[in-house]
Write a protein that binds this ligand. Structure first.
Ligand SMILES: [Zn+2]
Length: 129
């Protein structure tokens, strides 16, 4: 039985969802206020773009994490939680403690990180005429 891991994952999933929701609504509110306030101040506008991209990057990271949590939950259902999905070796328990959503061992993770990354950040459509 791995119900402890599962409930940890579910808690983590909920926290991640809450955080994404919070950041998304922050971005929506923020943008509307800034369109009104920004005026001609290009320094502020540039800071806004920077802030926005930073927030988007955080959301992206959280969404990746969420996808990882979903995979880990599925693995828990199949009884393969804690097993690296790439090489099939057990994942270091310390690593699972630290990152319960991980589905790869540290060695495979390093290999993955060395691969060239696709650009995942999608810019939300903006109404600019
Ligand atoms: Zn591995």
């Amino acid at each position: 039985m791995q119900s402890l891991e599962k409930s940890r994952l579910q808690e983590e999933r909920q926290r991640t969802l809450d955080e994404i929701g919070r950041l998304r609504s922050y971005m929506e509110i923020g943008v509307e206020e800034r369109i009104v306030d920004a005026g001609e101040d290009s320094v502020d506008a540039a800071a806004d773009v920077y802030e926005r991209e930073k927030t988007l990057a955080i959301i992206q990271t959280l969404e990746n994490k969420l996808a990882g949590i979903d995979r880990a939950l599925k693995a828990a259902d199949q009884g393969s939680y804690g097993i690296c999905e790439i090489c099939g070796q057990p994942i270091d328990p310390d690593r699972l403690e630290f990152m319960p959503q991980t589905t790869t061992c540290v060695n495979c993770q390093r290999k993955l990180e060395r691969q060239p990354k696709r650009r995942l950040v999608t810019v939300l459509p903006r109404d600019e005429e």
